[in-house]
Design a protein around this ligand. Structure first.
Ligand code: ADP
Ligand code: ZN
Ligand code: ZN
Length: 823
């Protein structure tokens, strides 16, 4: 037998790939696309992905051996891997970075992984090694590294993998603070009690502890312990419900190793029965647009549909998907926000039934792996696999094998961009690459296309289709500009409402119509100020003022998550007069309650939508007309579809317009148009009030006229002049260090180095708006790149520059993040 070597990708940022020797017994079974266990560093084990095999022995160092093969079948296809390579190259990161972003947590075992028992009944046929793992996990061991350590040579990755396959164990990379799987406490007998005889002994043992004995007997009765129809565990809630037993009493028995308590993961997904309905007929404008799209697809891989809000883009997407799946191919439907999946999935499931799967990062790792597998399975067994995937950005990594179309809805949204960590990719742009690599068509859709995409369409790189009529001849809303400054001067403001908006709201409430208010600040007030000395409390880790959250009575940092008790007195002068300043959504909700006493008010922002179903619930209440006024942040702007909203208020357009970013006007236009689009969707024209202190601002006028083309033209002129996208490419480099002098020096060195390349326009280094986050000082360098230059060469120069500066002895601990096409 010749020697065989595997190139593998590890979930590390250092290099693209590493080589391991494949020992003889594993040679039969190894293949690219499968995961293997390898040792890296002193003692750490990882699940790595085989990217290629070769019989050439690598030069130089001795190579370690592959320890085990984890998968029976490859978990990604060669075409999927092509996307990884493209991504690493384009975004200047390693394949290891891509690995981490691409695979769901459940497929990324490493020593740091946390393991849990799912609580599923242990299957009878367990190997000794599997048993050992379960016993350890029952004893509160939860880190994979601990498990390796405790079991030593008895530990087997294969056994662990097998337990994961049997759904007895699940793995989390790290527990995210945002989403925790929902668990419920279950009670069962301690595993040392295996027979009725030992149970009876235990019961006798409790003679002196009557209450505990009663509880144990009650448990046996409730679970039919050791009877034939076994039901030997019970939710703790159920066990104590309606009894005088307390949770603490259960704990006593757990301590005595008579009962055992386990946390079982329970599903949050409420599977609703689906009744399949037939697809809506397109109206004549939609049909025309649909045909136009198909026509452009003859000659173009990618088409942009510019269709105003409520024109029926979603209907067109559904028709396109329908056509593709009839040919046996798969469809990917990307939306910018997980929250949006809730409304669209209903519409998709209505038409496509259980062919539809949803994929996003808030699913628990088991669910993610299940969906991953169902997408793989489609290749060999279409009936059992998913053919249509609705997903947020990470869905571009799913193992598609027969992709026919990719739809990117609300393609202008910057939540398609991953900011941190690397790869800093934009899923919209990845969708385009996916299209080329799989020979699938790509449709980008928006009511307010990103200027980049529109530019590509104008240049002939993408097809362009317009749909400028709302469905069933609904009218676009009337936009009213309301001058905050003037209203203040005339003392006409009602709290934060101009008289125009206030009156329209009263009218709407009278007619039992609904209202949406938009404010892009959450919390109670964006900052707190000392009335005596003007001091503003700031985060101790970040260069930002703290937001007051009244409900929790705390000051929060929205950058690092740090939370502080609201001080009684000013830290600076000791004065007790601390005033809250400005309006966050929480305060607006509060004041609305006193302004409109009879109205039912709801709030939608990051704070009220933490749990997975909270968003859906707020939406449902609005749909069911159980909410009269909804106040919210960005979240309310996106694609929500309500019938009875007649008034939309944008409470402060100024901070959108004045935001210091070259895209500020584009964003403001998009955001306001999108929120405005929520008004008057059926039967009658809605009204949108924009409160601003700059009523004569050109952009406000353009928004009032809903003049996308003029906004684009005005912005294009400016961007051309100042060399911004889409006319130039941008790469941003963020230099970080805890010491401000180090950041300064390293950033200067890098900028100097880059400025040696005469064709590059290097801006900075400069401090960003928020120059310190979580104790790390930041400095940015922006590089504007002429589109005529060879981008690969430019990137190679930038990467080399970063490398050489990083290698300087004093810069070892500096972080350099390269962000290609920053959003
Ligand atoms: P967009 O995605 O462009 O904002 P939607 O597809 O959400 O627009 O359409 C807006 C509303 O009009 C939705 O409630 C949708 O169900 C309805 N609608 C649009 N087109 C049709 C059609 N051809 N038949 C029936 N209802 C339609
Ligand atoms: Zn003070
Ligand atoms: Zn902070």
């Amino acid at each position: 037998m010749p020697e065989l070597f595997a190139q593998v990708i590890l979930p590390l940022s250092l290099h693209d790939s590493y080589t391991y020797k494949v020992p003889l017994p594993l040679q039969q079974n190894i293949a690219a696309g499968k995961r293997v266990i390898v040792q890296f560093g002193k003692k750490k084990l990882y699940a790595a992905l085989v990217s290629a095999l070769s019989d050439k022995k690598p030069e130089g160092l001795e190579v370690k051996e592959v320890l085990e093969i984890l998968d029976e079948h490859p978990i990604i296809f060669p075409t999927n891997f092509k996307l990884w390579q493209w991504l690493a190259q384009y975004y200047c990161c390693t394949l290891g970075d891509v690995f981490r972003a691409a695979l769901p947590t459940g497929l990324k075992l490493e020593s740091k992984s946390k393991l849990f028992l799912t609580g599923i009944d242990e299957p009878l046929a367990l190997s000794t090694k599997e048993e050992l793992i379960i016993r350890q996990l029952q004893e509160d061991v939860s880190l994979l590294s601990e498990l390796e350590h405790k079991l030593g040579t008895e530990f087997s990755f294969q056994a662990l993998k097998s337990l994961i396959n049997k759904k007895v164990v699940y793995a989390e990379e790290k527990i995210s603070s945002k989403y925790k799987p929902k668990t419920e406490a279950f009670v069962k007998l301690h595993h040392s009690i295996q027979s009725e005889k030992t149970l009876n002994e235990k019961i006798d043992l409790l003679k002196r502890a009557k209450k505990q004995q009663q509880l144990l007997l009650h448990f046996c009765a409730a679970t039919n312990t050791f009877s034939n129809n076994q039901l030997d565990e019970i939710p703790k809630k159920e066990l104590v419900a309606g009894t005088s037993f307390s949770g603490n009493l259960v704990k006593e028995l757990v301590k005595k190793k008579i009962l055992a308590e386990t946390q079982k993961q329970v599903s949050r997904l409420e599977e609703e029965p689906i009744e399949q309905v037939s697809i809506n007929l397109l109206n004549k404008h939609q049909a025309k647009a649909y045909n136009h799209i198909k026509e452009t697809f003859q000659s173009q891989q990618v088409t942009l549909i510019h269709g105003i809000t409520a024109s029926g883009k979603t209907e067109i997407y559904i028709h396109l998907i329908d056509e593709i799946i009839k040919t046996g191919r798969q469809a990917l439907y990307l939306v910018p926000e997980i929250a949006l999946t809730t409304q669209i999935v209903k519409r998709l499931k209505n038409v496509f039934g259980n062919k539809v799967g949803i994929y996003h990062s808030k699913l628990n790792s088991q669910e993610q792996v299940e969906i991953w597998e169902k997408v793989i399975r489609f290749n060999e067994n279409p009936q059992e696999g998913y053919q249509v995937i609705l997903g947020a950005r990470s869905a571009v990594f799913l193992p598609f094998s027969k992709l026919g179309i990719v739809i990117v809805d609300e393609e202008h949204e910057n939540s398609f961009k991953q900011f941190d960590p690397a790869p800093r990719y934009n899923a919209r742009d990845m969708a385009v690459v996916l299209g080329y690599q799989n020979d699938a068509k790509v449709l980008l859709g928006s009511a307010t296309p990103s200027f980049e995409s529109y530019y590509n369409a104008l240049k002939g790189k993408y097809g362009l289709v317009n749909l400028m009529r709302r469905h069933s001849e609904m009218e676009l809303p009337e936009i009213i500009i309301s001058d905050i400054k003037r209203a203040y001067k005339r003392k006409q403001m009602r709290s934060f409402l101009t008289p125009e908006l206030y009156e329209l709201m009263e009218e709407a409430l009278e007619k039992q119509e609904q209202i949406i208010l938009f404010q892009n600040r959450r919390g109670y007030s964006p900052y707190v100020e000392c009335f005596t000395c003007g001091h503003i409390p700031k985060c101790r880790n970040c260069d930002v003022s703290l937001t007051y959250h009244k409900y929790k009575r705390r000051l929060n940092c929205h950058y690092c998550g740090f939370s502080y008790q609201l001080p009684e007195t000013c830290d600076n002068c000791g004065s007790p007069e601390l005033k809250t300043r400005g309006y966050g959504t929480e305060k607006i909700e509060d004041e609305l309650k006193s302004l409109f006493r009879n109205a039912r008010i709801a709030r939608m922002d990051l704070d009220t939508t933490q749990s997975k179903n909270a968003f859906a619930k707020i939406v449902k209440n609005l749909e069911d007309r159980k909410t009269d006024i909804l106040i919210g942040t960005q979240m309310v702007t996106k694609g929500l579809d309500f019938e009875h909203v007649s008034v939309v208020g944008i409470l402060n357009a100024d901070n959108l317009i004045n935001f210091p970013d070259f895209r500020a006007h584009e964003r403001a236009y998009q955001l306001i148009s999108q929120v405005a689009g929520r008004a008057g969707r059926k039967h009658k024209q809605g009204k949108v009030v924009i409160q601003t202190s700059q009523p004569d601002h050109l952009l406000i006028e353009l928004i009032k006229d809903q003049n996308y083309q003029a906004t684009l033209k005005e912005q294009f002129e400016e961007r051309q002049l100042f060399k911004y996208p889409p006319f130039y490419r941008l790469i941003k480099i963020v230099v970080k260090h805890k010491n401000v002098q180090t950041v300064d020096r390293a950033a200067n060195q890098l900028a100097q180095q880059l400025k040696n390349h005469k064709q590059l326009l290097v801006m900075g280094p400069e401090y960003p708006l928020i120059s310190r986050i979580q104790l790390w000082h930041h400095k940015e360098i922006w590089i504007k790149i002429n589109r005529k230059l060879n981008l690969d060469l430019v990137k190679a120069e930038i990467v080399a520059g970063v490398k050489s500066v990083k290698q300087l002895p004093a810069n070892g601990n500096c972080i350099f993040n390269i962000d290609v096409d920053p959003a």
